[in-house]
Each structure stands twice: as C-alpha cells, then as structure tokens.
Design a protein around this ligand. Structure first.
Ligand SMILES: CC(=O)[C@@H](O)[C@H](O)COP(=O)(O)O
Ligand SMILES: NCC(=O)COP(=O)(O)O
Length: 251
C-alpha cells in the first residue's frame, strides 16, 4: 500500500487564550503560526468560537492575509460562522459542535441523529471553494452519513482515546484505537479524506499516526503547553518526529 504523507495542522487557539488573559496583543497567535510553520507545521488550525473566548475575528483575518500554508477555520455550523467563512475563504473549514458552557470540544457532531441542517451549510461552504470537513466520532455509520452529506473530509475525534491513554487503561486504549482504525479504513474506503484530532500528545500520537488512511492530524493544546517549557519550535519538531516514528510502523 502506498503510504499517505501525514500532515500536521497546528491549532493556535490557546496562544490566544494566554493573550486574552490580559487583554493586550501579546502573545500574538499569528507570530505563533509563523513559528509553527517554520518548525514544520503543514497547516494552521484556528477555532473561531461563537463566544470568542480565544481566537477573535481579526486573528482569522490576519491569518488569512499572512499565511502561506493552508488555514483550517474551525467553526460551528451557524449562519454567522458560515457568513464569516464564505467571506474570508480559508483553504478549509472544519464544522465542530459547540456548547457555550463546554470547557473544550466534548465530542463529534451528531450526524446520525439530527444533521439535516448541515447539508446546506456544507453546500454553501463548498460553493465558496472551501474544503469542508466534519468533526465526528470514529464510527463506521458516521462515515457513511458524512459521505451522504457531501463532506469530502472527516476529522475523527481522538478525545476518548487520549483520555484512555492519560488514565493508563490499556483495555480502553485498545478499544478506542480499534474504533479509530475501523472508522478510518471504512471512511477511506468510501472516498473520504481522513483527519484526526483533539487531545493528542507525544504519549498518544504514534498509534494514531500509524493508521494509514489518516492524512492529517490537528494538534494544539498539548503543543502550546509544551511551548511554555521548551519553546514552540522544539515542541512542533518533537511532535513531527513522533508522528514520523508512528508512520514508520505502517507495514
Ligand atoms: C475540535 C477540536 O477538538 C479542537 O480543535 C477545538 O478547537 C477545541 O476547542 P478549544 O480549542 O476551544 O479547546
Ligand atoms: N481539531 C483538533 C484540533 O484542532 C486541536 O485539538 P487540541 O489538540 O487542541 O485538543
């Protein structure tokens, strides 16, 4: 099997979290984006939340103007965000569920239950030339639903796998990895491009990088945390190396 290159998308949301803590311009998320790219990031991901708790509208505008790598605009499928995205025209948009009270994303979009509202959103974004991905749970039937909705890309939620790694629960780790492998194989088999993300860290990334159908990992919170101790350049390079080690496990 030809092994797909594995891209790293660096999510810079939490540079903006630190910036917003004092209300000034420092640290600048766009400076972090440039440093991440220089260190080997293939793309930049930023999540413009409805409550603007971290990334702000002007951050997205500056990223769009200044980046020379793909910008992945994470957003809820609301008319406000669709309007902003179709005006900005990033390379890609990833539709994610958002609840105002959540600390962070808690899971994938429910596209098995109520997803009719997603279809026009996907069409409108595609019509603006934006590559649309859906942030979803790693389940076979979810792959089918994503394809039926007309999304070319899915991003598999790796949060429950990462929680199992943090707890050292090997049985649960094995179960979650099997979910990811099965969903990626099925989704890839029906023509979807497969991405993955949420909660990935150096101690969890390698087995996910070894899933051959996965073409992109989006990683943020861990990298920004590590950057406090070793700098963003070194953190991104370490993650890139760990991804390459995982990829090398594909036989
Ligand atoms: C969808 C996802 O897992 C993240 O990309 C998302 O950005 C998490 O939200 P916060 O960045 O607000 O934690
Ligand atoms: N979609 C996942 C992402 O962009 C980064 O998630 P995290 O690494 O900040 O949890």
């Amino acid at each position: 099997m030809a092994i797909l290159p594995l891209r790293l998308g660096v999510n810079i949301d939490h540079v903006a979290t630190v910036r917003n803590a004092r209300g000034g311009p420092h640290p600048d998320p766009i400076r972090a984006a440039h440093l991440a790219v220089l260190a080997g990031a293939d793309g930049i991901t930023a999540h413009l939340r409805e409550d603007r708790r971290h990334i702000r509208d002007q951050d997205m505008e500056r990223l769009k103007r200044q980046l020379f790598v793909p910008l992945n605009f994470e957003m809820a499928a609301t008319s406000e965000m669709i309007g902003l995205a179709t005006a900005l025209r990033p390379h890609a948009s990833c539709l994610v569920p958002e609840k105002r009270e959540e600390r962070t994303t808690e899971g994938g979009l429910d596209i098995i239950g109520g997803h009719a509202h997603l279809r026009p959103a996907i069409q409108e974004l595609k019509g603006a030339g934006i590559r649309v991905s859906l942030f979803v749970e790693p389940e076979v039937e979810v792959m089918e639903a994503a394809r039926d909705l007309g999304a070319p890309v899915v991003e598999l939620h790796t949060g429950t796998y990462c929680e199992a790694v943090a707890e050292g629960d090997q049985a649960r780790i094995d179960h979650e990895l099997e979910r990811l492998r099965r969903a990626a194989a099925h989704g890839g088999g029906i023509g979807l491009e497969i991405h993955a993300g949420h909660g990935l860290a150096l101690d969890s990334v390698r087995p996910v990088a070894a899933i051959p159908q996965i073409a992109e990992l989006n990683i943020g919170h861990f990298l920004i945390g590590e950057a406090i101790f070793m700098g963003l350049d070194e953190a991104v390079r370490a993650m890139r190396a760990a991804m390459d080690e995982g990829r090398a496990q594909i036989v």
